[in-house]
Design a protein around this ligand. Structure first.
Ligand code: HPA
Ligand code: ZN
Length: 324
């Protein structure tokens, strides 16, 4: 089963590039930028990765990205991720970045964008990995800030294919961002949003009805509402599910209780993704393997989950055919 998963061609659709920051690289970049990390060493930093909710993780995640200043820092971060997934037979990746996590610290939008994008281009030419880049709005900030960020992205439509919504979910419902998503859609961006990770089914409904999402990131709590689950199935709306993230952030108490089989049997187009692999203990293969072992996935189920990743990707049918 392990080698079946390792050999399977995979597409990743839910990955925060800032969440791929391995402690070793974080210390290296901190040192060359003369920044003191509030941890003695890599070991001490890893020990801090003990979360009981999303916010515990986000506090450490934003602290980690503070060491990213130069374009080369963003390049090195992205390149390390691409090399890793290349070794795991990931053929296509659609990654998130959080521009406001950088611009609010005085790092230019283009510094982050160009570093990440240049690495993605090199990943395509040197490793054969196709990609899409999606920028997320931080939902703990207000809509005006998101709108300014959208305006910064407009000259870069050739590099950014979509917009998403991440950060602290509870208390920040999708409806807070209706206008900025309406504008993004009119500008031609693909639309996704985190919903139903910690937030209630109502947030998933808002993501569908108000933001007009094309995929739901996480979506676990949609299962609490039977009519909503049926609707998501009827619309063939994909969920980008992140098993190890769900475990580490206590969205599930045990991977054995992960609802992936419920999702599949309800007819949902579930995909498997790593979310923030440096913080949650694994990249694509580790997510597939841990989940398959915990809930006893069949080979057919594993292959379905991997195929769903390509089907739900923002690529042409020709490209899907080429990749699978
Ligand atoms: N949820 C919300 N915001 C995030 C996440 C997540 O899993 N990862 C990075 N930002
Ligand atoms: Zn996420």
């Amino acid at each position: 089963m392990k080698s079946f998963i390792e050999n399977l061609p995979k597409a990743e659709l839910h990955l925060h590039i800032e969440g791929t920051f391995e402690p070793e690289l974080m210390f290296e970049i901190a040192q060359r930028n003369n920044i003191d990390l509030p941890f003695a060493d890599v070991e001490a930093l890893r020990k801090a990765y003990d979360f009981s909710r999303l916010q515990d993780f986000l506090d450490i995640y934003y602290q980690g990205m503070n060491v990213l200043h130069k374009e080369q820092d963003f390049y090195d971060l992205t390149w390390a991720y691409l090399k890793k997934i290349h070794s795991q037979n990931v053929l296509h990746t659609e990654i998130f970045f959080d521009p406001q996590g950088h611009t609010e610290r005085g790092v230019a939008f283009e510094t982050a964008l160009n570093g990440i994008h240049r690495a993605l281009e090199d990943g395509r030419s040197q490793l054969g990995i196709s990609f899409g880049l999606i920028m997320c709005f931080l939902r703990h900030l207000d809509q005006d800030d998101a709108m300014k960020t959208l305006e910064q992205a407009l000259p870069h439509k050739d590099k950014i294919i979509g917009v998403g919504l991440d950060s602290s979910e509870l208390g920040h419902p999708p409806e807070k961002f209706t206008a900025v998503f309406e504008r993004a859609k009119a500008e031609g961006f693909h639309i996704v949003a985190h919903a139903g990770e910690e937030g209630p089914p109502e947030y998933v409904k808002q993501a569908l009805d108000l933001l007009k999402v094309e995929r739901i990131d996480h979506g676990n709590r949609a299962l609490e509402d039977t009519a909503l689950t049926q609707r998501i199935a009827d619309e063939s709306m994909a969920l980008t599910v992140c098993p190890l993230s769900n475990l580490k952030l206590c969205v599930v108490d045990d991977l054995k209780n992960h609802p992936i089989k419920k999702m599949l049997s309800a007819g949902l187009k579930a995909t498997i993704n790593s979310d923030d692999p440096a913080y949650f203990g694994g990249y694509m293969n580790e997510n597939f393997i841990a989940l398959a072992e915990a809930v006893d996935l069949t080979q057919v189920e594993i292959a379905t989950l991997a195929r769903n990743g390509f089907e739900a990707a923002f690529i042409s049918d020709d490209e899907k055919y080429r990749l699978t």
